[in-house]
Write a protein of this length. Structure first.
Length: 181
């Protein structure tokens, strides 16, 4: 079975994935037609499950919408003891180091994973466990907030697979990890 860890995320020009208050209203700063998903459905069709950090999970729970995910969601947290009753058949708590977390998830038959949340993505990058990243850049400077990237123990080379411009405003870049070096 193919093992792959992928990122699909939006960022500000200055590298933040939410504003200082954890808000993502800036994602509405560009009008996106309802029938344009910017590759999201194709991307999620190719994954078995999501892996998200506790903050992202709590942010989604706070939205006044139905649960938006069709695939199982594994929530990383050392502080949560359980998933709220309302989401127990949709989301599952996992703990441990990143390799231990991956082993638990792979053992459940989920090997193509969508990794979400800044700290979470960073913890996978620290172990060189991200294989591809689809990043949509919004033309905005947020000035602060949770970051997409942080310090790493070393250099990680990626290659650009594709670059698309949406609505003359958003640049979406698809990067694949180049481990040939
Ligand atoms: N722009 C976008 O497309 C986008 C996408 C996703 C999220 N967001 C936004 O980003 C913000 C959340 O991102 P974030 O960087 O603050 O946090 P996050 O990655 O969602 O969550 C961080 C938390 O996840 C847990 N965690 C992460 N890695 C772990 C590991 N290896 N082992 C155990 N636990 C681990 C820890 O929880 P404990 O403290 O419980 O141990 C950690 O504090 C939200 O505001 C959300 O709205 C934006």
């Amino acid at each position: 079975m193919e093992k792959k860890n992928s990122v699909y995320i939006a960022t500000s020009l200055d590298g933040y994935i939410a504003d200082r208050n954890g808000g993502i209203a800036w994602l509405d700063s560009i009008q996106i037609p309802e029938n344009e998903d910017m590759g999201y459905v194709n991307f999620t069709n190719e994954i078995d499950a999501m892996v998200m950090g506790r903050y992202t999970f709590e942010t989604v729970l706070g939205f006044d919408v139905n649960w938006p995910y069709k695939k199982p969601v594994f929530v990383l947290s050392n502080s949560l003891n359980e998933i709220p009753e309302s989401h127990r058949k949709k989301a599952y708590l996992v703990k441990g180091t990143v390799p231990q977390i991956l082993e638990q998830i792979h053992n459940q038959g989920c090997t193509r994973l969508y990794i979400d949340g800044g700290v979470t993505i960073q913890s996978f990058l620290k172990e060189d466990l991200i294989d591809e990243m689809i990043i949509t850049f919004f033309p905005i400077l947020l000035g602060g907030g949770p970051t997409l990237f942080s310090d790493l123990p070393g250099t990680l080379q990626f290659e650009l697979v594709e670059s698309k411009v949406y609505f003359n405003q958003l640049v979406q870049q698809h990067f694949r990890r180049n481990r040939k070096d």
